[in-house]
Design a protein around this ligand. Structure first.
Ligand code: C2E
Ligand code: CA
Ligand code: CA
Length: 744
């Protein structure tokens, strides 16, 4: 049988009151008396009637046997002391119960005082120690005062153990809360987490706010305090300035906290000060009384943990901002654009949206002509205008001079985009007119961000290459074309490495005297299946993929080996013409590489003629000029290929160290075709003016030949004499040529 004793009595006591939460009703100590003798229960009840221990009244529970006691403990989580009879049903049932309480029930906090009628039944010292038995008294010893002092010591020990345990739980909470908060990467989720965790820690209603310096983590200059998190009735003020709260008390407390850089504990509030390395914040909590010392300590520890989380959040926000924003324009960057594309592609809503890539024309020129400051300001102005014209669309700067936009197809039409750029842009002192190219692609649901970006890029490339259109929409055929291109590049690389490429040679004949004066080395890509790729197709691929530098060097090596072989055979003195691409010319050590190859084959530099196209000359005059000069100084000849198809200025040409202009085949064709020989004539005249020689290429007819001769062209090359051929065929061709062969 078990009896609850609800009688509460005062008992004067000089022990200081234990910790107690303000506002809660006075707590009581719960004691459990376990004895099979009803008289003991009654006596204890009598002695403890109206007694207070350490300022708290008592609540007595009674059990008559070990099983009853165990059941009672299972129900009661907060039993402070057990007064336990050692001998009950059996001589050791009391000790068995102790073992059960400590081992099975894992109740380590409850204090146990053993009582026994007979001194002889005292348990072993080891048992007392192992089972944390806190006192041992004979029943006779438990007189009124002795019982009270024993119990006072026991409840005080219990209270201390509880406090320590609670603190440890509090610390565990802090640690796990901090870990959770570390996960929060945005200030507002962090703030929300802080409020929830502190409220839980202090058993407070979650009524509070977190304030930090000005919203944007990048904007440290603005010292306006903003609400970054709030709970309860303050929730609507999130992201408003603190002033708008309209609560002078809270405002003052937060200001004071930030100014003093320390926590504040008042009777109606608690305010915590958080600081990262560059930022500070205050957490305001409504409390109903001054926090007691233990809780104050707890939140202080928590706050210092929060400060490091806070610094972390700010850092993460800053990094996030940098990771996803273009530092110049503040618009998104390539990463954010890809993320937005991925999101748009993943959404069901995909259809109806388009991705746009916008590329400013000649931005590099503006940058180098007017300076980077002006270039930057232009980009800023363009970004601002795009953002204004297309609100709600994702805007990002995806290249140095390229922007990306995602939005409804109906809004992002080429007309609207170009209309936006129509008016000139203010950049520094300048008003700059800007033109651009636009590539668009439909966002189809279930398409990855990368794919969408690549498609928009394909469309943009198409728009860039088109002479008459400024915009292009992606079409699936483009993807197919790109795939084929990539296949071809892979195949080319493979065949080059497998040494399957070949160099053929086409003779060049002097018009005066009709003697063979040179050969042009022309690359060939023989193929097992009859599908032979012409150089016009695969050389641009090699150029785009960077393969051309290795291939070009190999061609030069082959050409020099051939020339050496021809020289050994004792034929006429020939010059070897080798075509050079832009990527080769960009290599700083290109002249040195040429010199090495020449030396390796014992060829004089003057026996080599490098053919560069007019467009190369115009593209990057700086690099080209340095390399040209170095080559020319070494004695290598330079000829300008496809002359007349580009747009070199004559003034500029005069500056260039060149030896020959090659009259492009298209002008030679014209000689027969009715349009006449105007261009051919002009080029010969220009060459004369510049003091350089001329070679006409693609000569196929006798009529072309005789006209070129009349014009005073120096050398011709074309099917009329010979097609390009392998070295063995060339040797046979040379051998078969009568020494005094003259054509008319
Ligand atoms: P290119 O430098 O203008 O070469 C002259 C092209 O005209 C050659 O075409 C040649 O076979 C062709 N040709 C010569 N005489 C006649 C003729 O009487 N009639 C016609 N219809 N064509 C004639 P090929 O060999 O197909 O080369 C095309 C282009 O590929 C070359 O134009 C050159 O730009 C490039 N190329 C060829 N080999 C190399 C190389 O080793 N390196 C680099 N970078 N480019 C090369
Ligand atoms: Ca050529
Ligand atoms: Ca040519």
């Amino acid at each position: 049988m078990m009896v609850q004793d609800e009688d509460l009595i005062d008992f004067a006591d000089d022990v200081p009151p234990p910790s107690r939460r303000d506002g809660e009703p006075a707590a009581r100590w719960t004691l459990l008396i376990v004895d099979d003798d009803e008289e003991v229960h009654a006596a204890t009840r009598f002695v403890l009637k109206d007694v207070q221990l350490c300022g708290r009244p008592l609540r007595l529970l009674h059990a008559n046997c070990a099983a009853e006691a165990a059941a009672c403990l299972a129900r009661e989580p907060d039993v402070a002391v057990i007064l336990l009879d050692v001998v009950m049903e059996s001589s050791d049932s009391g000790l068995m119960l102790v073992r059960h309480i400590r081992d099975t029930m894992q109740r380590s906090e409850v204090r146990i005082v053993l009582r026994t009628g007979q001194p002889g039944y005292a348990p072993e010292l080891k048992v007392i120690r192992d089972y944390d038995i806190n006192d041992y008294k004979t029943k006779a010893e438990l007189t009124h005062t002795r019982l009270i002092t024993t119990l006072t010591a026991a409840v005080r020990a219990y209270d201390q153990i509880r406090t320590i345990a609670e603190n440890r739980r509090g610390l565990e909470l802090i640690v796990s809360a901090s870990a959770d908060l570390m996960e929060a990467h945005a200030l507002n989720t962090f703030a929300e987490g802080v409020l929830t965790q502190i409220a839980a820690l202090l058993h407070l209603p979650g009524d509070g706010i977190v304030c930090a310096q000005k919203g944007s983590p990048l904007d440290d200059r603005d010292k306006v305090l903003h609400v970054v998190g709030a709970a309860g009735r303050l929730a609507p003020y999130i992201s408003h300035p603190l002033e708008q709260l309209g609560d002078p008390e809270i405002t003052a407390v937060i200001r004071d906290c930030i100014a003093r850089k320390s926590h504040g504990f008042g009777p109606r509030h608690t305010v915590l000060y958080l600081h990262g390395s560059h930022h500070e914040a205050a957490v305001f909590l409504r409390t109903h009384a001054l926090l007691e010392a233990g809780d104050r300590q707890l939140v202080t520890v928590f706050a210092s943990n929060l400060s490091s989380c806070f610094g972390n959040i700010k850092l993460v926000e800053r990094l996030n901002h940098l990771a996803f924003h273009d530092p110049l324009t503040g618009a998104g960057n390539r990463v954010s654009f890809l993320t937005d594309l991925a999101e748009a592609g993943a959404g069901e809503r995909g259809s109806g949206l388009v991705a746009c890539l916008l590329d400013l024309d000649r931005f590099t020129d503006i940058n180098s002509a007017l300076g980077h400051d002006v270039g930057d300001q232009l980009l800023l102005a363009v970004a601002a205008r795009l953002a204004e014209a297309f609100p709600g669309c994702a805007l990002a700067r995806v290249h140095a001079d390229g922007f990306g936009l995602i939005g409804p197809a109906a809004l992002l039409t080429p007309e609207r985009v170009f209309a936006t750029l129509q008016a000139p842009f203010a950049a520094g002192e300048q008003q700059l007119a800007v033109t651009a190219r636009l590539g668009r692609c439909q966002i189809e649901p279930g398409t990855s961000g990368n794919t969408l970006f690549r498609r928009a890029e394909m469309a943009l490339t198409q728009a860039r290459m088109s002479p008459d259109r400024r915009e292009c929409d992606f079409k699936p055929a483009m993807e197919e074309r790109t795939r084929r291109r990539l296949d071809l590049i892979r195949h080319l690389r493979h065949d080059f490495l497998a040494n399957r490429l070949a160099v053929w040679y086409q003779p060049q004949v002097a018009l005066v005297g009709d003697g063979l004066v040179g050969v042009e080395a022309l690359l060939r890509w023989p193929s097992d299946d009859d599908f032979v790729q012409p150089p016009d197709v695969f050389i641009p691929l090699a150029e785009d993929s960077g393969l051309i530098t290795a291939i070009g060097e190999w061609v030069l090596d082959q050409a020099c080996a051939t020339l050496h072989r021809l020289q050994q055979a004792g034929g006429p003195a020939l010059r070897m013409a080798v075509n050079v691409s832009m990527p080769q010319f960009r290599l700083v050590d290109f002249p040195a590489a040429v010199a090495r190859v020449l030396a390796a084959h014992g060829i004089l530099p003057s026996a080599l003629e490098l053919e560069i196209t007019e467009s190369i000359l115009m593209e990057e005059p700086g690099v080209v000029l340095d390399n040209l000069k170095a080559l020319r100084e070494s004695g290598v000849h330079i000829s300008v290929d496809d002359f007349g198809t580009g747009y070199s200025s004559l003034g500029y040409l005069r500056e260039l160290p060149i030896d020959t202009l090659k009259i492009d085949r298209s002008f030679v064709v014209e000689i027969d075709s009715g349009r006449g020989d105007l261009f051919a004539e002009m080029i010969v005249a220009i060459a004369r003016k510049l003091g350089v020689g001329t070679i006409a290429e693609g000569v196929e007819s006798a009529a072309q030949l005789s006209r070129l001769r009349e014009l005073g062209c120096d050398i011709v090359q074309g099917f009329l004499y010979a097609r390009p051929m392998p070295v063995e065929a060339l040797e046979a061709w040379i051998a078969g040529r009568p020494k005094d062969h003259v054509r008319h």
